[in-house]
Design a protein around this ligand. Structure first.
Ligand code: BTN
Length: 268
């Protein structure tokens, strides 16, 4: 078991404007995103970071669960209260993915890459997922919860059989355990920088940097939305952060949600 995370050590000389205004570390919770909703109900301040050593009901997108074993991962949620229109909220998933990739890449020579909308891959396998949720409180206030799960020091046996071929951890890929304290400090720093730039200058820089840290463009992909699956070639992101695709029928499409499958060669 690795050294438990300590809020005091994470905060020590942390030079951030908003993210990490308060940091709380818990031993075991159901889900840090659900805990964040409770804190929003109590009018928690923007920048509150809730971290758990383990989660009993860690959640991913599409109702999936998130493997949250004690001591080996980073499982955290950040409360944001941006004054933005609801249609811009998905951009915060891109922002969080970018910041998390920049933090992870301080610890690995082979670069982690972003997969739209919320995944970070290393050597083509999933290393991290982001779950952004909006919560409206009973007294009519709203906040955005940015949930981030990173597989840090998992071994392959830590993943259930159905994930063994698609999931990975920083330790599996680099061969060395990674210091979770250093990683979470880097993550808070990058989140703070990207969020400050976003509030000041808008989404354009986030989108540009997101694309620089992804290799989706030019790849054959399938986008699944419910029962509909569309195949084509990824073209990039538009100025709102939507995924652009040239479909096999030659149409240019923009997706604001969906599940992407990357194909190593052209889909049959
Ligand atoms: C996904 O890949 O579908 C998103 C996974 C998000 C997991 C993180 S772990 C911390 C936070 N709490 C949760 O219950 N989920 C997110």
């Amino acid at each position: 078991m690795s050294t438990p995370l300590s809020a005091k050590k994470i905060k020590n000389n942390l030079n951030s404007l908003r993210i990490g205004s308060e940091i709380l570390v818990f031993d075991a919770v159901d889900s840090t995103n659900d805990l964040a909703k409770q804190y929003l109900e109590k009018d928690a301040a923007e920048g509150l970071v809730l971290i758990a050593e383990s989660q009993t009901s860690g959640r991913g997108r599409m109702g999936r669960s998130w493997v949250s074993l004690p001591g080996v991962g980073l499982y955290l949620s950040v409360i944001l209260k941006p004054q933005i229109q609801p249609r811009r909220v998905p951009q915060l998933t891109l922002l969080a993915g970018l910041a998390t990739t920049l933090a992870i890449n301080e610890f690995t020579r082979k670069k982690a890459r972003l997969k739209w909308p919320n995944d970070i891959l290393l050597n083509g396998k999933k290393l991290c997922g982001i779950l952004c949720e909006t919560h409206s409180t009973q007294n009519g206030k709203a906040g955005v919860i940015v949930g981030i799960g990173i597989n840090v020091n998992h071994t392959i046996t830590d993943f259930p059989d159905d994930l063994k071929s698609s999931a990975t951890s920083l330790m599996i890929e680099t061969g060395n355990p990674v210091d979770r304290l250093a990683l979470v400090r880097a993550l808070i720093g990058h989140l703070d920088q990207q969020y400050d730039a976003y509030l000041g200058n808008g989404e354009q820089t986030v989108i540009e940097k997101w694309l620089e840290n992804s290799d989706m463009v030019g790849k054959k992909i399938t986008v699944t939305q419910g029962k509909s699956a569309t195949r084509g070639t990824a073209l990039g992101l538009d100025s709102h952060g939507r995924l652009l695709m040239r479909s096999e029928k030659g149409e240019e499409l923009a997706f604001d949600s969906g599940e992407v499958t990357l194909h190593s060669s052209a889909p049959a």
